[in-house]
Design a protein. Sequence first.
Lengths: 229, 39
Amino acid sequence: MKRVFPLLGGLTAVLLSYALYQALVVAPTDQLQGDVYRIIYYHVPSAWTAFVLFFVNFVASIVYLIRRSAKADMIALVTAEVGVVFCTVVLVTGPIWARPVWGIWWTWDLRLTLTLVMWLIYVSYLMLRRFSSSGQTPVMAAVLAVFGALDMPLVYFSIWYFRTQHPSPVIGGGGSIDPVMLRVWMINWAAFLCFALMVCWSRYRLERLQREVEEMQALESMIEPRSAR
Amino acid sequence: MNFLYAAYAATWIIHILYLGSLVRRYSRLRNEIEELKRK
């Protein structure tokens, strides 16, 4: 396992570099937006990666509520944290793209507002886990995650069923996209998914180590008063 | 073009900051483990 991690890390770095080259050099320029449209290769894959991570968080939370598995709890925590990072990327790159194309940084339309709400839900999930000292924290967090996940389909389908400032879906929404653009987009999404997997793996190892240290500290605090007598 | 580079740079700044926080947490845990071993 110790050898697999650096190998996969190296492969992910190569894939991310290749994806960047594809996005900046190979993908054709958009006739309407010019080069700024290339933000799509970071903005949309980041959003879909966040969706995948929040969905894993949802499944892991249900598993935790049923089986009380510590592993499921750790997976839920890790995917929520990394998902928030990717969702932050979406919320930052979106306005940077909107400014030259729409002429505004932000508008309170349904897609943007629901994405912000989704980000706030998962940030509050992480705050709960960080600052609550109750023994029931993992249960409360899992319940919050299950209800919070209800926002995901609302975010996704908001541009299908409502008129919004945000453009309608090009991929899977009946729109059309240049085949080269689609291929570059898929490469970038694959690269970001691999990157997310590597980050989740590192964070999972860190969480396991942290729980081991907490157990050791708890054991030590139980032993110390006896040895002091 | 500036907006494009700003978006790409912002993406990697966010990821690098997060990875940096993981490295800091890991080194703090390592120190705690060393301390526990010494006791």
